[in-house]
Design a protein around this ligand. Structure first.
Ligand SMILES: *Cc1c(COP(=O)(O)O)cnc(C)c1O
Length: 359
């Protein structure tokens, strides 16, 4: 039985800290949800603690966002040409970079009698989505040349630390200020929102004041994992154990580990590695790739080592542990971003909300 436990008190602490911290710097937060479910307690915690903007990376599955939100959420992935109707139906704002898609989106907005805000993404070096800085002003101009423009241009944004592993610097952050100013002066168009993200910004914010036009920061990982990605460092004011993966032992035994002479590949086509030989205490756990991303888990207790991962099993070496494990015992793990996403998505992992912190 695999569980993803969510400590609500710790989650609330992380949200409240980040809201206060960012608001003091003149930034509103867009809380980014890529795994956590829609009707979840998480959404309620975010909204009731001051994160009014919620950004989703996917269209809703069998759900109608209209019933949940007072303010329509933001679609933070580039919209697909084939899903524009649903996208506009559920989201009030989207992040964009393709003029051809925007033209089609405008037609859809007119046909459905909807308004929709657009943020133009700028690629400031992360080499993922966005138009290049030198093309931004022209693209904004061309957006406004779309016939019967129904879409509302509301600003620009950039994403750092996701693809090329680029970290924020004055070069890639200040460029947004410059671009916003140029749009306002050269095109006489207001730039309401200047959005940066993701959580990698938190390290930069500790020592660098942001230019005044940047007014939004998009945060996902830091809220749930207390971690600053890209530099992979725990944030000192945030809990890193809001989310705990928990699963039970199915088998324990002492196994003799000899290096096989003819080494084949493991279940996933990789060559197995043998860290230990001789007699070792092994526990077969009740989870695998189908339940989470096991390689991103870190056992909370010392002396436990993940040695093998399959679809439905994970094998743990507990020779160096002071615990003596037996079937039915639970082991707890902290998780990284991939483990978090996969656990939220997996139909086999049960999400359990913990109201009290055991301290
Ligand atoms: C995932 C994502 C974020 C959030 O990033 P974290 O590192 O999880 O904070 C922000 N913006 C965009 C466009 C994203 O895709």
């Amino acid at each position: 039985m695999s569980q993803l436990t969510i400590d609500i008190k710790k989650l609330r602490h992380n949200i409240q800290f980040l809201v206060q911290y960012c608001n003091r710097l003149g930034l509103e937060i867009t809380g980014i949800l890529k795994g956590p479910g829609l009707d979840s307690v998480i959404l309620h915690e975010l909204i009731s603690n001051g994160v009014e903007n919620i950004g989703f990376s996917n269209l809703p599955v069998n759900k109608n966002y209209d019933n949940v939100f007072q303010k329509k959420p933001v679609f933070i992935s580039l919209p697909s040409l084939h899903e524009l109707g649903d996208m506009i139906q559920y989201f009030g704002t989207s992040f964009n970079s393709e003029l051809s898609v925007l033209k089609k989106m405008n037609e859809v907005a007119i046909a459905r009698n909807k308004t929709h805000n657009i943020i133009l993404m700028v690629d400031t070096g992360d080499l993922r989505e966005g138009v290049l800085p030198e093309n931004v002003v022209d693209t904004v101009k061309r957006i406004h040349e779309i016939k019967k423009l129904r879409l509302v241009f509301s600003g620009i944004g950039t994403n750092l630390g996701c693809c090329a592993g680029i970290i924020p610097t004055h070069l890639n952050v200040d460029i947004l200020q410059e671009l916003a100013t140029r749009i306002e002066t050269q095109l006489s168009l207001p730039v309401k929102t200047v959005s940066v993200g993701g959580s990698v910004m938190l390290e930069y914010l500790k020592t660098n004041p942001l230019p005044e036009k940047i007014n939004q920061v998009r945060l996902g990982e830091s809220i749930f994992l207390g971690n600053i990605p890209t530099i992979d460092k725990k944030h000192e004011n945030l809990y890193d154990d809001v989310l705990i993966f928990r699963s039970d032992v199915l088998e324990t035994s002492e196994k003799r580990i000899d290096l096989p002479e003819n080494l084949g590949k493991n279940a996933f086509g990789y060559n197995p590695e043998f860290k230990h030989t001789g007699i070792r205490k092994r526990a077969v756990m009740n989870f695998g790739i189908a339940d989470t991303y096991p390689a991103g888990l870190t056992p909370v207790n010392a002396g436990l080592d993940i040695v093998c991962i399959n679809s439905n099993y994970t094998v743990i070496d507990f020779t160096d542990s002071r615990e003596d494990l037996k079937p039915g015992d639970f082991i707890e793990f902290k998780m990284n971003y991939m483990s978090m996403l996969q656990s939220f998505i997996s139909p086999f992992t049960c999400i359990v909300f913990k109201q009290q912190t055991d301290e």
